[in-house]
Ligand binder design. Structure first.
Ligand SMILES: [Zn+2]
Length: 124
């Protein structure tokens, strides 16, 4: 492992632990319990909350997957190389966005393509 990735790896593991703790602490309110109390307004409100917390959770899970992917790439010495152009990714960028798989210019290209909604974005 490259020495400069050691710190990044620590940060990734710390972040991973935070997400896992957060997900564990949100474990699950049985739906039957929510239905058993309150009137229909409460049920509607809690259904809305559930949706929001589901959205947050899926964002956390995406991040978790990206972090685990990055950890794996660090361990297999695959890390810090752009998955698109295969140039090294700037260390500053890796420190800011440690789970990134693309260098800055490829990321920008990717974002402008996916913003345009073109089928090209699928290739990434
Ligand atoms: Zn690139």
């Amino acid at each position: 492992m490259r020495e400069e990735f050691r710190k990044i790896r620590e940060n990734l593991e710390k972040r991973r632990r935070e997400i896992l703790d957060k997900l564990a602490s949100e474990q699950p309110t049985p739906a039957s319990q929510e239905l058993a109390r309150g009137d229909s307004l409460d049920i509607a409100t809690s259904a809305g909350d559930r949706e929001i917390s589901f959205m947050l959770k899926s964002r956390d899970l995406d991040e978790l997957r990206a972090i685990e992917d990055a950890l794996q790439r660090i361990d297999s010495d695959d890390y810090g190389i752009c998955a698109h152009c295969e140039d090294p990714i700037e260390l500053k960028r890796l420190e800011a966005v440690p789970w990134t798989r693309f260098c800055r210019s490829c990321q920008e290209e990717l974002e402008s393509r996916s913003a345009a909604g073109g089928p090209e974005a699928e290739r990434f």
